[in-house]
Design a protein around this ligand. Structure first.
Ligand code: EPS
Length: 389
């Protein structure tokens, strides 16, 4: 299962096409819209979110609420388009009063993208490198999430830190799977700790006051995984590789850690690796800890998958950094425009979808891809074999 997207931040809308979708999968439009709304949420988002109410429109591939086995096409429209019809018109001449973007923001794709594509207007770059382009990715991920949900796999995320404020956690690789969606989604920063939520909001308020922006870290947690999904033999099929790559494809993601991550490098092996135990009651192998974060040798262990990602601060600053004006080549202040101060809670929702795609693809490689009935039969046979070992 893979997806493609097209669309700009202030164009007519954003499109996703998902290929390799098995037939017979139940899909809920409402659930996709809930995820789109979750992506728009979060303390620290800017004025644009008051304009947009993202909803999905399915164009193909789904009939009477079930996938047909053909590619699924979706659109998420931009409400703001009506304010940009002249400046973003696909055809005709540019308006005479068009203001080109010539003061690239440090940390954004503006400058390098303009050099690469030979344009004198950084808008051509920022329109596509905008966080807005994650909206169709979340819509597309709805298919992967439904696929996994039907196989007993669920995915959630939560924010661990914003700026210098972190929630306190005891052995999160073992315990993160116990957080409830209610505790996460009722927090304005999508953090299950009420005290940390308030401290993070204060941190964002301080950034607004000082005209700055903030990044942070979040975890994606997956429960209900079977052991042995992914691969150790083919480098590109290792889940560390596919999930890592998928998370790094989200704009602004600067680091990914599986389980204990970088801390593993500082400890001796005896304090890192998870002892194996036989759970006789459930006829399965388990681990007494989960420092590996649910992956060994690029495959699922059957323990919860716990992956942490770090997001850098938003590059648009209300107190801009120094740049160079591309017209005059003089020192200038970087572009300053309506933006978000912090989008970590939203990025975590995007990351859930990326992890879902990587896992759905790995499940289909192992258990088949044509239709849900055959996939479920293959999973049943696999479970039976593991149980009778
Ligand atoms: C963004 C700037 C803001 C954000 C936008 C990403 O939009 P605008 O320039 O229209 O004010 O709100 O994110 C979204 C619209 C979204 O839906 O995520 C940027 O510069 O990347």
């Amino acid at each position: 299962m893979r997806y493609y997207t097209a669309g700009e931040s202030h164009g007519q809308g954003l499109v996703a096409i998902i290929e390799g979708v098995p037939a017979g999968l139940k899909v809920s439009e409402e659930q996709i819209n809930i995820d789109l709304a979750r992506r728009q949420s979060g303390y620290g988002r800017g004025g644009r979110q008051k304009i947009e109410r993202d909803t999905v429109q399915v164009i193909s591939g789904i009939r009477f609420g079930r996938t047909m086995g053909s590619p699924v096409a979706m659109i998420v429209k931009n409400r703001d388009w009506e304010n940009w019809t002249d400046r973003m018109a696909p055809f005709g001449e540019a308006p005479l009063d068009l203001v080109r973007e010539v003061t690239p923001r440090p940390g954004h794709a503006d400058l390098v993208g303009a050099l690469k594509t030979n344009t004198d207007d950084c808008r051509n770059i920022l329109e596509r490198s905008s966080a807005r382009t994650t909206a169709p990715r979340v819509a597309a991920a709805g298919i992967a999430r439904e696929f996994l949900a039907e196989l007993g796999v669920d995915i959630f995320s939560y924010v661990v830190s914003i700026g210098s404020v972190s929630m306190r956690e005891e052995n999160p690789y073992m315990n993160a799977a116990q957080y409830t969606p209610l505790a996460i989604e009722t927090s304005e920063v999508r953090c299950p700790d009420a005290e940390a939520t308030e401290a993070m909001k204060r941190e964002i308020d301080r950034a607004i006051k000082t005209k700055d922006s903030l990044g942070g870290t979040f975890r994606v947690v997956v429960r209900g995984l079977l052991p042995g999904v992914g691969d150790y033999a083919v480098p590109t099929e290792r889940l560390t590789s596919t999930i890592g790559g998928a998370l790094f494809s989200i704009p602004a993601i600067k680091g990914v850690e599986f389980g204990m991550g970088f801390e593993c490098a500082r400890r001796p092996g005896s304090q890192v690796h998870d002892p194996i135990e036989l759970d006789r009651a459930n006829a399965k192998f388990t681990r007494t800890s989960n420092n590996a974060g649910g992956l060994e040798g690029g495959m699922t262990t059957g323990m919860p998958l716990v992956v942490t990602a770090a997001m850098k601060p938003i590059p648009t600053l209300m107190q801009p950094l120094q740049t160079v004006n591309l017209d005059t080549l003089e020192v200038a202040q970087a572009s300053k425009e309506r933006s978000d101060v912090c989008a970590v809670p939203a990025a975590a929702v995007v990351a859930e979808g990326e992890v879902a795609f990587a896992l759905a693809d790995a499940y289909m490689r192992k258990f088949g891809s044509d239709n849900m009935a055959d996939i479920k039969a293959a999973i049943k046979a696999y479970k039976q074999r593991l149980n009778t070992m």
